[in-house]
Write a protein of this length. Structure first.
Length: 160
């Protein structure tokens, strides 16, 4: 699904992060990418065991929390003081396909399609934070190109 989502968008993603492995009793599959164009709209698809969690929930939130954390740590470590990192700007250009398998999870929302599991959220945050920070530190040029959207001195960054 992740490969198809990337090939169907206009333009090439600025960066991609993938993970397929186990953390304690949960198995995660995460495909995360960002592109520069506006079409199609942001794409986030998530699953928990055999349930398509249409409304996202803990896994999606944990992944975004981890990415935001990594961006903040990178910005602070590189003295990027004019960067304002917020969740609103993270949805533009997002391609996220993710799944978690493990124990019985709790679901919420009107149709019980939102994953509500604090352990999954914490594990996903820690995992993605480390993956993203490692990527940013090893691919400084790509990191700077991606993080440009958060630079408050750039006129266009406010549009995202």
């Amino acid at each position: 699904m992740f490969d198809r989502a990337i090939t169907e968008v206009l333009g090439k993603p600025e960066f991609e992060l993938t993970f397929d492995g186990k953390v304690n009793s949960n198995t995660y599959q995460i495909g995360l990418a960002y592109r520069t164009d506006w079409y199609p709209s942001p794409n986030a698809i998530s699953f928990a065991n055999d349930i398509h969690t249409v409304c996202g929930g803990s896994l999606v939130d944990g992944i975004l929390d981890g990415l935001i954390n990594a961006c903040k740590v990178y910005a602070k470590g590189n003295n990027l003081t004019t960067f304002k990192i917020n969740k609103k700007k993270f949805t533009n250009g997002l391609i996220l396909i993710c799944a978690v398998r493990g124990e019985e999870y709790r679901y919420g929302g009107s149709w019980k399609e939102t994953l509500e599991d604090s352990v999954v959220r914490k594990q996903a945050k820690k995992l993605v934070s480390k993956l993203a920070l490692d990527f940013f530190n090893n691919q400084k040029e790509k990191a700077d190109k991606f993080l440009w959207r958060f630079d408050t001195t750039q006129l266009a960054s406010g549009m995202y």
